[in-house]
Ligand binder design. Structure first.
Ligand code: ADP
Length: 458
């Protein structure tokens, strides 16, 4: 099949979170199965490419450069005004930037005649509608990675990017007086996917629906949950070049070296205490405030390192805590190498998300033998099973309520379990042998593509 994947970020070119890993891994897996895959993505920081292929939307020109990446091609869309900036996101005109990106991608998609156009999140949400409006023969899939961000613009955006005003309707893309890219993806795609089965159920409720639960319930006949995997080549402690030592399930010495190295880097004493880490975007979604509040109530000694960027207030709170607690360290930036070293050097990985569509970090930490402590939501609920010391079953510690007390209790259970060397080794083995590779997920996507491409029998 000829497949276009459209997304605001993809490795190896850009990454702010799990979406970039997802696009990269899915495209690798699909091309390895023999499909022809193009990934359309913005060329951040670049000026508009001239001389080659170009597309114009309402006077805004996008240059297109194609770059072979493994088995697939990246089609990088450049426009100096919209994407030639320092950061990927965080501008007042983000909704407009990506509405134009979506319109340019839709132009390219119809010019190139794909079988499947697979859009991801609100940045490409208008594409299924634009393709329908053109009468394009392709079939569209829309994956929701995070329902919180919806790309709701003033309705004037529709005229700018060529969407007929008749779609500005409660049954169409109107959402509280705005034109919603997220709603466009939900209403007009052939199939809607969320990145875990539990999240596909959660977003149909008021608690997790961000105002769209009714719309999603209405279109739930086209909705499925497909759990993401992680790239087992990129995330492999036995071959990871970013680590000071390598290790695997049958030769764990390297993990102890990684822990010592991490402790040295952060001037933490080399004591036999569990090293807890947290890596991720520092937003309310991730429950980082709960984690900082929980630290005082964890029983038993531990060390703690956090890596992330995000909300200024949260970053201040973390910085303040790190400057007054000799067991706490904070690195408030994006740092790929340090992330690898923290997954490898830690014993426990804290991920107390308020909601988590899938989450990759809990799967990565398990592969590196760091035991996840998670809230029971979304993809965390689908991948982490609470450890039972009596049976030795389970691969982490799970709590239910959004509360610092419950989180502290779960972390205390982890810290206490760490004290029994034999029990802990069994738990680490359970983590490292959990299978979260991409193959199974990619197969499900292929089945879905085949299903929607099949001619309808009347
Ligand atoms: P989300 O997509 O919501 O950000 P995921 O758990 O799905 O969360 O994916 C997060 C990915 O981004 C992981 O690969 C994680 O290691 C990485 N990551 C997040 N923040 C940082 C950071 N500050 N430095 C390095 N890697 C980070």
């Amino acid at each position: 099949m000829k497949i276009a994947v459209v997304a605001a970020e993809t490795l190896p070119f850009s990454k702010s979170g799990g979406l970039a890993d997802y696009v990269y891994s899915l495209s690798n897996a699909l091309s390895a199965s023999g499909h022809e895959v193009d990934v359309m993505t913005p060329d951040y920081g670049a000026s508009t490419a001239s001389g080659g292929e170009s597309y114009t939307v309402n006077g805004m020109t996008f240059g297109v450069t194609s770059q072979k990446t493994g088995g697939w091609s990246a089609l990088k869309l450049s426009n100096s005004d919209l994407f030639g900036r320092k950061d990927m996101y965080g501008y007042d005109d983000d909704d407009r930037r990506f509405a134009y990106f979506a319109a340019a991608a839709a132009e390219i998609a119809s010019a190139r005649s794909y079988d499947i156009v697979h859009c991801n999140d609100w940045q490409s949400g208008f594409i299924p509608l634009l393709l329908k409006q053109k009468g394009d023969a392709s079939h569209s899939v829309y994956t929701i990675h995070n329902l919180q961000f919806q790309g709701n613009s003033p309705p004037s955006i529709m005229g700018e990017i060529g969407i007929n005003q008749s779609y500005f309707d409660i049954e169409g893309i109107e959402f509280y007086g705005k034109a919603s890219a997220m709603k466009a993806g939900i209403v007009y795609s052939d199939r809607i996917v969320t990145v875990s089965p539990t999240y596909s159920r959660e977003i149909q409720t008021g608690r997790y629906g961000f105002g769209m639960d009714g719309i999603i319930r209405k279109h739930s006949g086209r909705l499925t949950g497909i759990l993401n995997g992680i790239d087992y080549k990129m995330w492999d402690p036995s071959a990871d070049a970013l680590l000071p030592s390598n290790y695997g399930m049958t030769a764990m010495d390297g993990k102890a070296s990684c822990k010592s190295a991490l402790q040295r880097t952060f001037s933490l004493p080399q004591v036999k205490r569990p090293l807890i880490v947290s890596i991720g975007r520092l937003w309310e979604q991730k429950g980082i405030d709960l984690l900082i509040d929980a630290l005082d109530s964890i029983e038993g000694g531990f060390q703690f390192i956090i890596l992330g960027t995000g909300d200024k207030e949260l970053m201040n709170k973390i910085q303040e805590r790190a400057s007054t607690d000799i067991n706490v360290r904070a690195v408030l930036r994006y740092d790929e190498q340090l992330a690898h070293r923290m997954y490898a050097g830690s014993d426990i990985f804290a991920m107390p998300s308020r909601f988590e569509p899938c989450g990759l970090s809990q799967m990565i930490c398990m592969r590196y033998g760091s035991v996840p402590v998670v809230r029971k939501t979304g993809g965390l609920a689908d991948t982490v099973m609470d450890f039972d010391p009596d049976t030795g079953e389970g691969n982490g510690f799970v709590f239910e309520d959004e509360s610092a007390e419950q989180l502290a209790y779960a972390l205390t259970r982890a810290v206490k379990t760490f004290q029994s060397v034999e029990t802990w080794s069994g738990l680490v083995r359970n983590c490292m042998s959990s299978d979260h590779s991409w193959e199974a997920s990619a197969k499900e996507y292929e089945m879905l593509y085949a299903e929607i491409s099949r001619p309808k029998v009347s």
